[in-house]
Ligand binder design. Structure first.
Ligand code: ADP
Length: 218
Protein backbone atom coordinates (compact mmCIF):
# COMPACT_ATOMS: atom_id res chain seq x y z
CA UNK A 1 0.00 0.00 0.00
CA UNK A 2 1.29 3.41 -0.89
CA UNK A 3 2.19 5.45 2.13
CA UNK A 4 0.25 8.66 2.51
CA UNK A 5 0.55 11.16 5.29
CA UNK A 6 -2.50 9.44 6.85
CA UNK A 7 -0.90 6.00 6.92
CA UNK A 8 2.52 7.05 8.15
CA UNK A 9 2.66 6.52 11.90
CA UNK A 10 2.57 9.95 13.45
CA UNK A 11 5.20 10.56 16.08
CA UNK A 12 5.34 13.64 18.28
CA UNK A 13 8.43 14.64 16.28
CA UNK A 14 6.70 14.18 12.96
CA UNK A 15 3.90 16.53 13.93
CA UNK A 16 6.33 19.23 14.88
CA UNK A 17 8.46 18.77 11.80
CA UNK A 18 5.44 18.69 9.50
CA UNK A 19 4.00 21.80 11.06
CA UNK A 20 7.27 23.62 10.65
CA UNK A 21 7.66 22.45 7.07
CA UNK A 22 4.14 23.70 6.29
CA UNK A 23 5.02 27.06 7.77
CA UNK A 24 8.31 26.90 5.84
CA UNK A 25 10.10 27.46 9.12
CA UNK A 26 13.68 26.32 9.44
CA UNK A 27 13.93 23.19 11.57
CA UNK A 28 16.05 24.13 14.52
CA UNK A 29 17.00 21.43 16.98
CA UNK A 30 17.52 22.87 20.41
CA UNK A 31 19.38 20.73 22.95
CA UNK A 32 19.56 21.43 26.62
CA UNK A 33 22.49 20.24 28.70
CA UNK A 34 21.26 20.08 32.29
CA UNK A 35 23.53 19.52 35.26
CA UNK A 36 24.94 20.76 38.54
CA UNK A 37 28.23 22.05 37.09
CA UNK A 38 29.62 22.65 40.59
CA UNK A 39 31.96 23.76 39.07
CA UNK A 40 32.15 23.32 35.28
CA UNK A 41 35.13 21.12 34.32
CA UNK A 42 36.98 20.56 31.04
CA UNK A 43 34.90 17.35 30.76
CA UNK A 44 31.67 19.37 30.76
CA UNK A 45 33.24 21.89 28.35
CA UNK A 46 34.16 19.10 25.95
CA UNK A 47 30.53 17.89 25.89
CA UNK A 48 29.30 21.48 25.42
CA UNK A 49 31.66 22.15 22.50
CA UNK A 50 30.78 18.90 20.78
CA UNK A 51 27.07 19.50 21.38
CA UNK A 52 27.38 22.91 19.73
CA UNK A 53 28.73 21.15 16.61
CA UNK A 54 25.72 18.83 16.51
CA UNK A 55 22.78 21.08 17.33
CA UNK A 56 21.72 24.49 16.09
CA UNK A 57 21.32 25.73 19.65
CA UNK A 58 22.54 24.35 22.95
CA UNK A 59 21.38 25.66 26.29
CA UNK A 60 23.43 24.75 29.36
CA UNK A 61 21.07 24.80 32.31
CA UNK A 62 22.40 24.93 35.84
CA UNK A 63 20.11 23.11 38.23
CA UNK A 64 20.17 23.31 41.99
CA UNK A 65 20.38 19.71 43.10
CA UNK A 66 18.82 19.57 46.60
CA UNK A 67 20.42 16.18 47.26
CA UNK A 68 23.95 17.53 46.73
CA UNK A 69 25.78 20.11 48.84
CA UNK A 70 27.08 22.76 46.46
CA UNK A 71 30.36 24.60 46.64
CA UNK A 72 29.20 27.47 44.41
CA UNK A 73 25.82 29.16 44.19
CA UNK A 74 23.74 28.72 41.04
CA UNK A 75 24.57 32.34 40.09
CA UNK A 76 28.31 31.72 40.43
CA UNK A 77 28.13 28.50 38.43
CA UNK A 78 26.13 30.24 35.70
CA UNK A 79 28.70 33.04 35.53
CA UNK A 80 31.61 30.58 35.43
CA UNK A 81 30.03 28.74 32.50
CA UNK A 82 29.28 31.99 30.63
CA UNK A 83 32.86 33.14 31.09
CA UNK A 84 34.18 29.78 29.89
CA UNK A 85 32.04 29.51 26.76
CA UNK A 86 32.18 32.96 25.14
CA UNK A 87 33.68 31.36 22.02
CA UNK A 88 30.49 29.39 21.26
CA UNK A 89 27.95 31.56 19.39
CA UNK A 90 25.12 29.00 19.47
CA UNK A 91 25.32 28.47 23.21
CA UNK A 92 23.12 29.95 25.90
CA UNK A 93 23.56 29.56 29.64
CA UNK A 94 20.61 29.59 31.99
CA UNK A 95 19.50 28.26 35.36
CA UNK A 96 16.30 26.63 36.50
CA UNK A 97 14.68 25.12 39.54
CA UNK A 98 12.46 22.20 38.60
CA UNK A 99 12.50 19.27 36.22
CA UNK A 100 14.75 19.23 33.17
CA UNK A 101 11.82 18.20 30.97
CA UNK A 102 9.77 21.14 32.24
CA UNK A 103 12.55 23.49 31.19
CA UNK A 104 12.94 21.68 27.87
CA UNK A 105 9.22 22.08 27.14
CA UNK A 106 9.29 25.78 28.00
CA UNK A 107 12.21 26.28 25.58
CA UNK A 108 10.81 23.88 22.95
CA UNK A 109 13.98 21.81 23.17
CA UNK A 110 13.75 18.30 21.76
CA UNK A 111 17.02 16.95 23.14
CA UNK A 112 18.43 16.44 26.61
CA UNK A 113 22.18 16.18 26.24
CA UNK A 114 24.14 14.17 28.79
CA UNK A 115 27.69 12.89 29.05
CA UNK A 116 28.76 9.35 29.83
CA UNK A 117 32.12 8.64 31.43
CA UNK A 118 31.94 5.04 32.55
CA UNK A 119 29.62 2.14 33.25
CA UNK A 120 29.10 3.67 36.69
CA UNK A 121 27.37 6.68 35.05
CA UNK A 122 25.31 4.49 32.79
CA UNK A 123 22.86 2.98 35.25
CA UNK A 124 21.68 6.28 36.71
CA UNK A 125 21.73 8.07 33.36
CA UNK A 126 19.63 5.32 31.75
CA UNK A 127 17.14 5.42 34.61
CA UNK A 128 16.90 9.20 34.27
CA UNK A 129 16.44 8.95 30.50
CA UNK A 130 13.65 6.41 30.90
CA UNK A 131 11.97 8.48 33.59
CA UNK A 132 12.15 11.61 31.47
CA UNK A 133 10.65 9.69 28.56
CA UNK A 134 7.60 8.90 30.71
CA UNK A 135 7.29 12.60 31.51
CA UNK A 136 7.81 13.90 27.98
CA UNK A 137 7.60 11.35 25.17
CA UNK A 138 8.78 13.76 22.46
CA UNK A 139 12.05 14.67 24.19
CA UNK A 140 15.03 12.43 23.50
CA UNK A 141 18.06 12.00 25.75
CA UNK A 142 21.24 11.86 23.72
CA UNK A 143 24.48 10.74 25.33
CA UNK A 144 27.92 11.79 24.23
CA UNK A 145 30.76 9.55 25.32
CA UNK A 146 33.44 11.39 27.22
CA UNK A 147 36.71 12.12 25.49
CA UNK A 148 39.27 9.61 26.74
CA UNK A 149 41.42 12.22 28.41
CA UNK A 150 38.44 13.52 30.47
CA UNK A 151 37.02 10.15 31.46
CA UNK A 152 38.21 10.38 35.08
CA UNK A 153 37.14 13.97 35.55
CA UNK A 154 34.28 15.15 37.73
CA UNK A 155 33.46 18.28 39.69
CA UNK A 156 34.00 16.27 42.89
CA UNK A 157 37.54 15.28 41.82
CA UNK A 158 38.36 18.96 41.22
CA UNK A 159 37.01 19.99 44.63
CA UNK A 160 38.88 17.19 46.37
CA UNK A 161 42.21 18.22 44.80
CA UNK A 162 41.65 21.95 45.42
CA UNK A 163 40.73 21.29 49.03
CA UNK A 164 44.23 19.97 49.63
CA UNK A 165 45.91 22.72 47.61
CA UNK A 166 46.70 20.52 44.59
CA UNK A 167 46.87 21.81 40.99
CA UNK A 168 43.59 22.05 39.06
CA UNK A 169 44.69 24.14 36.07
CA UNK A 170 44.54 21.10 33.77
CA UNK A 171 41.01 20.19 34.92
CA UNK A 172 38.85 23.32 34.79
CA UNK A 173 38.47 26.36 32.51
CA UNK A 174 40.49 29.44 33.61
CA UNK A 175 37.56 31.42 35.13
CA UNK A 176 36.98 28.61 37.64
CA UNK A 177 40.60 28.37 38.83
CA UNK A 178 40.67 31.68 40.66
CA UNK A 179 37.18 31.16 42.13
CA UNK A 180 38.15 27.84 43.66
CA UNK A 181 41.44 28.98 45.09
CA UNK A 182 39.81 32.15 46.48
CA UNK A 183 37.03 30.07 47.99
CA UNK A 184 39.31 27.61 49.70
CA UNK A 185 41.66 30.36 50.88
CA UNK A 186 38.71 32.30 52.32
CA UNK A 187 37.26 29.23 53.93
CA UNK A 188 40.60 28.21 55.38
CA UNK A 189 40.65 31.49 57.30
CA UNK A 190 37.01 31.04 58.33
CA UNK A 191 37.66 27.46 59.29
CA UNK A 192 40.39 28.55 61.66
CA UNK A 193 37.93 30.97 63.24
CA UNK A 194 35.04 28.48 63.34
CA UNK A 195 36.37 24.98 62.66
CA UNK A 196 33.03 23.20 62.94
CA UNK A 197 31.03 25.53 60.73
CA UNK A 198 32.54 24.74 57.33
CA UNK A 199 31.89 21.15 56.38
CA UNK A 200 32.90 21.64 52.75
CA UNK A 201 36.52 22.27 53.63
CA UNK A 202 36.88 19.61 56.27
CA UNK A 203 38.67 16.53 55.08
CA UNK A 204 35.90 14.39 56.50
CA UNK A 205 33.11 16.16 54.56
CA UNK A 206 29.70 15.71 56.20
CA UNK A 207 26.43 17.52 56.38
CA UNK A 208 26.31 21.31 56.66
CA UNK A 209 25.72 22.42 60.23
CA UNK A 210 24.53 25.87 59.32
CA UNK A 211 22.27 25.93 56.21
CA UNK A 212 23.41 29.47 55.44
CA UNK A 213 26.86 27.98 54.75
CA UNK A 214 25.51 25.46 52.26
CA UNK A 215 27.37 27.17 49.41
CA UNK A 216 30.53 28.29 51.23
CA UNK A 217 32.07 29.90 48.15
CA UNK A 218 29.18 32.31 47.74
P1 ADP B 1 24.44 16.05 37.60
O1 ADP B 1 24.31 16.43 39.04
O2 ADP B 1 23.20 16.33 36.79
O3 ADP B 1 25.00 14.68 37.32
P2 ADP B 1 27.00 17.06 36.71
O4 ADP B 1 27.44 18.47 36.61
O5 ADP B 1 27.74 16.18 37.65
O6 ADP B 1 25.46 17.13 37.02
O7 ADP B 1 27.05 16.38 35.27
C1 ADP B 1 26.28 16.84 34.20
C2 ADP B 1 26.45 15.89 33.03
O8 ADP B 1 27.79 15.97 32.56
C3 ADP B 1 26.20 14.42 33.35
O9 ADP B 1 25.56 13.82 32.24
C4 ADP B 1 27.58 13.86 33.53
O10 ADP B 1 27.62 12.47 33.24
C5 ADP B 1 28.34 14.67 32.48
N1 ADP B 1 29.78 14.74 32.78
C6 ADP B 1 30.37 15.15 33.92
N2 ADP B 1 31.71 15.08 33.82
C7 ADP B 1 31.98 14.60 32.58
C8 ADP B 1 33.18 14.25 31.86
N3 ADP B 1 34.38 14.36 32.43
N4 ADP B 1 33.06 13.78 30.60
C9 ADP B 1 31.83 13.64 30.05
N5 ADP B 1 30.67 13.92 30.66
C10 ADP B 1 30.73 14.39 31.91
Amino acid sequence: MEKTSDTVASTPYQDTLDERKKRKQPITVIAIYPGSFDPITLGHLDIIERGCQLFEQVIVVVFRNPSKTSLFSVEQRTRQIRQSTGHLPNLEVDSFEGLAVTYAKIRQAKVLLRGLRAVSDFELELQMAHTNKTLAADIETIFLATSTEQSFLSSSVVKEIAKFGGPIEHLVPPPVILDIYQCFAKNKILEELAPTALPMVRATGGQPIDPSLETPCD
